[in-house]
Design a protein around this ligand. Structure first.
Ligand code: ASP
Length: 586
């Protein structure tokens, strides 16, 4: 028998028991006559103890021969510890060891398997199996499991069926870049790995499975960032005979369920905001509602007084930073530098200080009288002690810049508490987005998203004003998921493809099977997909998803542990009938 208990199980109430434990040697402390070993497994750490005179000398010798990360099996008696460790659940007991069996040796690990490890990123990625032994990663992976189980539990209780869809599918040029897989049996032809199961889940609706879900891997060949991986996981769902309202309610229910079961958090409100409001007041389609600082527009008050940057601007907007009127020159300069960084791109920053003594001082005093500025502070509802920060420029650009400044101020003022969660539905997204470079419309969500019925007439005249039946779930400024009510009418779908610049023939070539299926009684349907990795990272209180995935890729898309991607043998290439151009390795 390898174990009677795990390394996290034993308590004071077990004192006197004869036990068997197996695990990894975390640490050995040899004090001459006394020797302690910390034994670790997935469940925790238990202290082992040997003493000259008391323990068999042969067993002590065996213990001395062990090293870090050796795998051992021990037998012994549970005893009460003299100096207790309140930081671990097993901290009140230790095991007086009678037998040690070395099950396996270990090389010295390249970094310490401790909470605060000395290993750098690359090294830990290379030896991921060792990194996964550390508490932080292990806990993340366990959290991931819990979230997956609770997701399945909730969706099953709502009548959803988990149905798998293929990983080898047809490549489509919309959306991100596909990863492709050559077909040996069909030389010169390729499968693509799915960017999402979108078309298959819609087909499942045509087949009559009216509530589908899948916790599913998706693949997108995009440039990578901390919150992106080439393969990632979605909670993917689709429903038939429902309205947008039904979808929002179902997934609000799921979000509430997950927060309640896993974090013990209940939400009073689950806000909703239309896309235009989000852009106007927060400059973002995923506003962080943990704090206020909504934008205030000043065109009517600020124009016409001779200040060029304002007079020429399309839009002048500001935010109010409460109790910040005492910001120093240096702090204001730092904020100005922040907005002028090339990634943000503002030309400058105007401030108005509403001092505690009631006076108003601004960086544009030359152009505005105290009475003028009082009108500004009134519009913000500012009180003495507050600071106004103002930017101007083209509408879209200045809103984006102000969004960055608002988030920065939220950080500086400690208003973005990672333990507070503010979920929000952003609804009524525009259906289409005009791309200046390619001079064509793109679907803002995807080409299967339906326009709002009352806006369909605008498709002919004003496509950019058509609103979609599309929605995003946003939590704390992070887009957790998004979806839409779909087009289920073949004619409307054809119109949509033609707006997106597909000829009938192209649409038929690429999406023909979906269009054909729609000829056989497609029910009204819609769905949503939530980014599972991001959701888990958010529950774990972190921005980066990497440490919530057991085997992630690095920023260059490489699996450092397996060293992939890699070249393949010429014979394999020949079989696939693929001839490589000169590669960099040759
Ligand atoms: N397939 C979409 C996505 O991956 C989600 C959806 O519309 O259900 O973003």
């Amino acid at each position: 028998m390898f174990r009677t208990h795990t390394c996290g199980a034993l308590r004071l109430s077990d004192v006197g028991k004869e036990v068997v434990l197996s695990g990894w040697v975390q640490r050995i402390r040899d004090k001459g006559t006394l020797l302690w070993i910390d034994l670790r497994d997935r469940y925790g750490i238990t202290q082992l103890f040997l003493e000259t005179g008391l323990s068999d000398q042969k067993v002590i010798d065996k213990a001395r021969a062990l090293g870090r990360e050796y795998v051992i099996r021990v037998e012994g008696t549970v005893v009460e510890r003299e100096s207790k460790n309140p930081n671990i659940p097993t901290g009140e007991i230790e095991i007086r060891v009678t037998q040690i069996e070395q099950l396996n040796a270990s090389k010295t690990p390249p970094f310490t398997i401790e909470d605060n490890t000395d290993g750098g990123d690359e090294l830990r990625m290379k030896y991921r199996y060792l990194d996964l032994r550390r508490n932080s990663l292990k806990n993340n992976i366990m959290l991931r499991h819990k979230l997956a189980m609770q997701t399945r539990y909730y969706l099953d209780s709502q009548g959803f069926l988990e149905i798998e869809t293929p990983y080898l599918i047809k490549s489509t040029p919309e959306g991100a870049r596909d990863f492709v897989v050559p077909s040996r049996m069909n030389p010169g032809e390729f499968y693509a790995l799915p960017q999402s199961p979108q078309q298959y889940k819609q087909i499942l609706m045509v087949s009559g499975f009216d509530k589908y879900f899948q916790i599913v891997r998706c693949f997108r060949d995009e440039d990578l960032r901390a919150d992106r991986q080439p393969e990632f996981t979605q909670i993917d769902c689709e429903m038939s005979y429902i309205s947008q309202e039904d979808i929002l309610n179902t997934f609000e229910g799921m979000t509430r369920h997950l927060f309640n079961k896993i974090k013990g958090i209940t939400f009073d409100t689950f806000e909703r905001m239309d896309w235009h409001t989000a852009m106007k007041f927060y400059g973002s389609d995923k506003p962080d509602l943990r704090f206020g600082m909504a934008f205030v527009e000043l065109n009517d008050l600020a124009k016409g007084k001779g200040l060029g940057i304002f007079d020429e601007a399309e839009l002048i907007i500001g935010i109010k930073a409460e109790n910040c009127a005492e910001y120093t020159r240096k702090q204001l300069d730092a904020l100005t530098d922040f907005v002028k960084r090339p990634q943000i791109g503002a030309k400058g920053l105007v401030y108005v200080k509403y001092n505690t003594d009631g006076t108003i001082k601004s960086s544009v005093d030359k152009f505005y009288s105290p009475e003028d500025l009082k009108l500004w502070t009134d519009r913000f509802g500012a009180k003495p002690g507050d600071l106004l920060l103002i930017l101007s420029g083209n509408t879209d650009a200045v809103r984006k810049q102000m969004n960055e400044l608002r988030l920065e101020m939220g950080n500086q003022l400690g208003l973005r508490d990672p333990n507070v969660f503010k979920p929000l539905w952003v609804v009524d997204f525009p259906l289409l987005e005009w791309d200046k470079e390619t001079k064509r419309y793109y679907a803002m969500h995807h080409p299967f998203t339906s326009p709002k019925p009352e806006d369909i007439a605008l498709l002919e005249t004003n496509p950019e004003n058509v609103r979609a039946n599309a929605y995003d779930l946003v939590i704390n400024g992070v887009e957790i998921g998004g979806g839409s009510i779909r087009i289920h009418d073949r004619e409307l779908q054809r119109k949509m493809f033609s707006l997106l610049g597909f000829s009938d023939q192209e649409a038929q070539n690429q999406f023909g099977f979906l269009m054909d299926a729609f000829e056989y009684g497609a029910p009204p349907h819609g769905g949503i997909a939530l980014g599972f990795d991001r959701l888990v990272a958010m529950f774990g209180g972190q921005d980066s998803i990497r440490d919530f995935i057991a085997f992630p890729k690095n920023n260059a898309g490489r699996d450092m542990m397996a060293d992939s991607p890699s070249t393949i043998a010429t014979a394999q290439l020949d079989e696939l009938q693929i001839a490589l151009k000169a590669t960099k390795k040759e």
